[in-house]
Design a protein around this ligand. Structure first.
Ligand code: NAI
Length: 254
């Protein structure tokens, strides 16, 4: 039986670990060739090696999403290696150091916006340019967050960046809706990844406390976001564009 992404070529930014890796794994399992674009070279190379075992197609490219040249190179590499580009999961992100509006430093604010917001825009810019050149459409999923839909204490930079991702997703979806190009966002709740462990350390909050904040009473697994991403990238989601989909265990229903 063929997978729902059979023959597709997909870029996953931030695919070395966490949510991005889980999405890359599901995309490969569904038959896609995946280019992992990330600044974490050691974990990214290992991730690509793991996904390439048993006949999967995956490749790692050292990529900083804040650099236009690096993002353009990621699209060129996907095309030169696999022949075309059909989709992307623009997921690279940082927590930016949660602290209140007064204590937030200008440097941390600028870095958060550069990675989480400008990085996603640069990715869409070069990916959609490639889709248009091919003329056969494409699908993009951007990682926002529940912090892209509501405010959180200490999230002045992070929430700004993620609300921005939701806005950009809607704009790009409308810009290219007549070109068979779909653009959506996922808004994860609290997911057990290296980023969450960093946040827990930073704020002195235990993982149990985070889990208790979820209506379902547990943390989300990276796989649960990865599975949603594979669905949104596939033809099963052919009439879905411009949405910011919470995958959050009921967090935004509260
Ligand atoms: P993670 O830290 O495991 O993954 C983030 C990945 O992005 C890492 O592989 C990292 O090397 C990469 N990255 C960071 N800066 C980069 C840059 N400039 N260029 C290229 N790659 C870069 O954390 P996680 O949780 O998997 O995060 C993935 C996305 O999910 C992020 O956008 C995050 O904001 C978002 N998110 C995470 C939630 C959580 O509870 N873990 C909740 C909601 C959203």
């Amino acid at each position: 039986m063929s997978g729902k992404l059979e023959g597709k070529v997909i870029i996953v930014t931030g695919g070395s670990t966490g949510i991005g890796y889980a999405a890359a794994r599901r995309c490969v399992a569904e038959g896609a060739a995946v280019l992992i674009a990330d600044i974490n070279e050691a974990a990214g190379s290992q991730a690509a090696a793991e996904l390439s075992a048993n006949g999967g197609r995956a490749h790692f490219l050292l990529t900083d999403v804040t650099s236009a040249a690096a993002v353009e190179a990621s699209v060129k590499t996907a095309v030169s290696r696999y022949g075309r580009l059909d989709g992307a999961f623009n997921n690279a992100g940082i927590d930016g150091g949660f602290t209140n509006t007064v204590k937030m430093t200008e440097e941390a604010f600028d870095r958060t916006i550069a990675v989480n917001l400008k990085g996603v825009w640069l990715c869409m810019k070069y990916q959609i340019e490639q889709f248009l050149a091919q003329g056969s459409g494409g699908a993009i999923v951007n990682t926002a967050s529940v912090a892209g839909l509501v405010g959180t204490r200490g999230g002045v930079a992070y929430c700004a960046s993620k609300h921005g991702v939701v806005g950009m997703t809607k704009c790009a979806a409308l810009d290219f809706s007549k070109k068979k190009i779909r653009v959506n966002a996922v808004c994860p709740g609290i997911i057990k990844t290296p980023m969450l462990e960093h946040m827990a350390e930073l704020t002195g909050t235990s993982l149990e406390t985070y889990a208790a904040q979820e209506p379902v009473g547990r943390l989300g697994e990276p796989r649960e976001i990865g599975d949603t991403v594979a669905f949104l990238l596939s033809e099963d989601a052919s009439f879905i564009t411009g949405v910011a989909l919470p995958v959050d265990g009921g967090w935004t229903a509260l």
